[in-house]
Design a protein around this ligand. Sequence first.
Ligand SMILES: O=C(O)CCC(=O)C(=O)O
Length: 286
Amino acid sequence: MQSMNDLMHHFPNRRRRSPITMVPRTAEPVEMTEEQKFLFDLKGWILIPAVLEQDLLEQLRSHVLALRNDPESLPEHERYSLAGPGQELVDHPAVTGVLREILAPDPNDNSWGFRCESSFPMVRTLGQSGSAPHCGPLVGPMAYRMIDGRIWSGLTRVVWELNPVKKGGGTPILSGSHKAAFPVPERFRQFDSFAYEEYECPAGSVLIFSESCWHVGTEWKDAEQDRLAIFNCYCSYLAQWHKMNLPAQVVDAMPAKRQTAFRAVWGHNFRDKQHNDYYDESNLGL
Ligand SMILES: O=C(O)CCC(=O)C(=O)O
């Protein structure tokens, strides 16, 4: 597990106590390393351990539990995993450098190239399983591919693990299946620990994977703690998989650059000579 000193080395601009909810971050995105690019292309996923600040982690845990157990305790516009402390994850510096690299570079200093297009909180208790093995798009604008030496992970899942995960828990992935040349055999359309790669990580880690990979929500076997997680999904501004269903009020509570991750899906507006690199209330993803 990384020490706080290691983390400060990776996030030199970060204050030791992170800003609390709603205070915009100032830390710069952490660039994706060559090693991470290699692994993401090879396997379709990377795991970055222990990147969340302790106070944010605690706020996120409380938020996920409130969403699950007592949503009425929250104001109506905070009953979303993208609201309250959850909004800090949208452009957390631990993932923005990766998303810039595998989805889209920023079009300018005030706008992200990616869109965050869905989110859900998870509380998985002992004996509960998640999704059966499945994968996202293998063709079309969201299918994984390499273009001119750059990764294109058209539909990217970012899973924030808020409690420790032991091997076999979490969301094991059929590594490499995002670019398999043969159809996935029937046997591997069920969970099989021979083929699916399992991970373990401390609380506050982030798993980033191409939805074109087969993945599975295995049965949670840890009696010491539940799985607490937030699942966010990212696309470029040119495509959308999930219906957003997010009220404008949730986005209104965010700083301006973060709001651009919730813009509508289009490229260029000839009539107004405008690129889709801004957010306002008429340009909210639906
Ligand atoms: O249940 C899980 O752990 C995985 C969920 C998931 O990836 C999905 O719903 O697409």
